[in-house]
Ligand binder design. Structure first.
Ligand code: ZN
Length: 291
């Protein structure tokens, strides 16, 4: 199996992006693996600190490794939004392929300091692990929100600049950068209905890619206009995160399965509807990122 770094290099050269999807349970896990297998594309699975507190750090690692070893699926695991060096080290030791140290809510200097500490600690455990840092706070909840997250960088004057991106990478040594370029975590009700789409600053993405030469991640992809996704990937985005859309699909699947089979108690008979709905979202997104 090629490494995640190789898949990222291939994706960048081909102007494609690797889809990154979060899980909290086996239903979403199955859906993502089935989607990746059916389309024959690499995929990343993410577990944030909250998600891995539920799934288990070692359990998540074992699940992804099992799918890779048993079925040859190019699936890689990311310790999504890790806020402390201690949690980053825990994920690195558990065999994660990528760690995102997210200190984006702190000052630039503090962000650099913490991220560099994590880079040093992780490289010592396994130099193959891909390390991501993030500049520009874009909220922290992948849920349906009543209003945009307070203090988030959602307007052009607050977006990440090519200069700070280049400085951040030089000072931290990360492989991947998550800039603020128009998305936020979570969805507003108007985005759930599809009435409003998230729009991206494609020009800025191109300038950051040019200035840094780093792999770039787009976080908070749920609810983004399809054409912006395609343009962003062509401009230099290498990984795209989608979580809230999957959570909504998961909930719709469970709700409809329970409504149509009110007497059913066997989880393995209720959950397939959630798998089907999540898989459908993942396949749509993967087609777009690999087009
Ligand atoms: Zn994110």
């Amino acid at each position: 199996m090629k490494t995640l770094r190789t898949f990222l290099e291939e994706a960048r050269a081909a102007r494609r992006a690797i889809g990154h999807f979060n899980i909290s349970d086996m239903a979403a896990f199955k859906a993502i693996i089935e989607a990746a297998r059916s389309l024959g594309v690499p995929v990343m699975i993410g577990v944030s600190e909250g998600e891995r507190a539920f799934v288990g750090v070692h359990e998540a690692s074992a699940l992804v490794r099992a799918a890779r070893d048993a079925y040859g699926v190019p699936v890689f695991l990311n310790a999504d939004h890790t806020h402390t060096v201690e949690k980053a080290v825990e994920a690195a030791k558990a065999g994660f392929d990528e760690v995102l140290l997210d200190a984006s809510a702190k000052s630039f200097e503090e962000n650099v300091r913490l991220t560099r500490q994590a880079v040093e600690a992780i490289r010592e455990i396994n130099p193959e692990i891909i390390i991501e840092g993030e500049i520009g706070y874009i909220g922290s909840s992948s849920e349906v929100l009543a209003s945009a997250p307070e203090g988030a960088a959602l307007t052009p004057e607050l977006f990440t600049t090519p200069e700070e991106a280049a400085q951040f990478i030089k000072e931290t040594g990360v492989d991947v950068l998550a800039p603020a370029v128009g998305t936020m975590h979570g969805l507003l009700a108007s985005m759930v209905s599809g009435e409003v789409k998230k729009r991206l600053d494609i020009k800025r993405i191109g300038e950051i890619a040019e200035a840094t030469g780093a792999f770039l991640t787009l976080h908070g992809g749920s609810g983004t206009a399809d054409e912006d996704f395609v343009a962003a990937v062509h401009a230099g985005i290498t990984i795209v995160h989608v979580n809230t859309e999957l959570r909504l699909a998961w909930k719709n699947g469970i709700t409809s399965a329970l409504a149509s089979h009110p007497d059913e108690v066997a989880p393995y008979k209720i959950l397939p509807e959630a798998v089907a709905q999540v898989r459908s979202v993942v396949e749509q997104r993967l087609r777009l990122f690999n087009s």
